[in-house]
Design a binder for this molecule. Structure first.
Ligand SMILES: [Zn+2]
Length: 403
């Protein structure tokens, strides 16, 4: 007997359209989506497992496109804690991944962690040893010896950078992360800590192995070079100018916004003491730059940068920056998938895709905060988290809800 599951809810939002299907349903078979649409169009069979949420919305699992598995943005001095012992970091990463799953994150992209612990985490999740989203990993972040990057390692010059990239890829990196700039602008021009040649080398070396490159890059000359050489994703873009927004729009480079990391006062207060005032001084400026990318129609994804379980906060910030609710939701689903390079596998509810699905009470298309009301989380068709008190199954297909 095939393992078929049918989920039915007041609304189904597929991640593609701008509105939800009322009284919709989704059919899952062997971990994949078979059909989505109005409930009456979904053909049922005698042995289907059938779950219905009368007051909920079914939507694609959320994608945190920029995080660090062992970072906990709720800790005081959380950046300094990225230098904790690797055993401590790994245990923390395990707890953070569990937090992600409970909040409906079915995929995350990790932009650097220490000592290849992200590879171990990815394996542990794949083997079912720990709970967690599907993880794409960058392994060691690559920065210059004088550059920014709390989760990076220093590499000097072209040869060291090339060797570091090769080793990251050999160890199993899904992408390469380079730190081009710091986060704050300060006075004068924003410095690029990597040279033009180092940026070019990093991108060419990774692309030669079919591996994409993401960069912590907030603006300045380094951003122009990165776009010129075909960087895959620019992360943060806190100080991007209107000229650069135009260049970005014309390029093939994707954008991942992480607004909460600098706009949330609580988050800024958790930075190392010497960084707090600078962030407060530049907060308005960073808001305006990010808003520029939204109003220009740049296709962006969204990430928490290490605030596990709270992607909804960043989604809400996107609407403050000018995005509509549905646009903000797409950033956290289908556009996240596309920008992370897995748009053909997940990110929307379409036949043939992985059944990465969440069920939330209410309707997040109208009220984004409803994303906090997680009822169920499915990863590849498997129930990985459930708050299922208000679910019921039809009498014909009576069975108990898995916990
Ligand atoms: Zn980051």
């Amino acid at each position: 007997m095939e393992n078929r599951i049918i989920l039915k809810a007041r609304h189904v939002w597929d991640g593609i359209h701008d509105s939800a299907t009322p009284f919709g349903a989704i059919l899952i078979e062997n971990g994949k989506i078979q059909a989505v649409g109005p409930a009456e169009n979904i053909m049922t069979a005698a042995h289907d497992h059938f779950y219905e949420w009368p007051d909920a919305t079914i939507l694609p699992g959320l994608i945190d496109s920029h995080t660090h598995l062992s970072m906990d943005g709720t800790m005081a001095n959380y950046l300094d804690h990225m230098s904790d012992d690797v055993a401590v970091l790994t245990l923390r990463a395990s707890a953070m991944m569990r937090r992600d799953v409970k909040a409906g994150i079915t995929t995350c992209r990790c932009l650097g962690d220490k000592e290849f612990l992200d590879i171990a985490c990815r394996h542990a999740v794949e083997n079912g040893e720990v709970d967690g989203p599907r993880v794409l990993v960058a392994t060691r972040g690559i920065r210059s010896p004088n550059g920014h990057g709390f989760v990076g390692y220093p590499f000097k010059g072209i040869n060291e950078i090339r060797n570091a990239i090769r080793e990251n890829i050999h160890r199993g990196a899904d992408l390469i992360k380079i730190y081009i700039t710091g986060t704050l602008k300060g006075k004068g021009d924003l410095p690029s800590y990597l040279t033009r040649e180092e940026i070019r080398l990093a991108i060419e070396e990774s692309h030669a192995a079919n591996i994409p490159v993401a960069s912590h890059c907030v603006g300045g000359q380094g951003l122009d070079w990165a776009i010129e050489f075909g960087l895959d994703t620019v992360e943060h873009a806190y100080h991007i100018t209107s000229d650069q927004v135009e260049r970005l729009a014309r390029s093939g480079t994707g954008l991942v916004l992480t607004p909460g990391a600098v706009l949330s006062r609580e988050r800024v207060d958790n930075l190392p003491r010497n960084l707090i005032q600078g962030h407060m001084d530049e907060r308005e400026m960073m808001f305006r730059s990010m808003a520029l990318t939204v109003s220009a129609g740049i296709k962006f994804a969204v990430g928490t940068d290490g605030l596990h379980g709270e992607l909804v906060q960043d989604i809400l910030y996107l609407t403050e920056l000018g995005a509509s609710n549905v646009d903000a939701l797409k950033a956290a689903t289908i556009r996240g998938a596309k920008i992370c390079g897995i748009g053909n596998e997940t990110g929307s509810l379409e036949a043939g895709k992985r059944a990465d699905i969440i069920v939330v009470k209410g309707n997040p298309l109208e009220t984004l905060k409803d994303l906090r009301n997680i009822r169920a989380v499915y990863k590849r068709g498997r129930l990985v988290h459930s708050e299922a008190s208000d679910v019921f199954s039809t009498p014909n297909f009576a069975h108990s809800v898995q916990q």
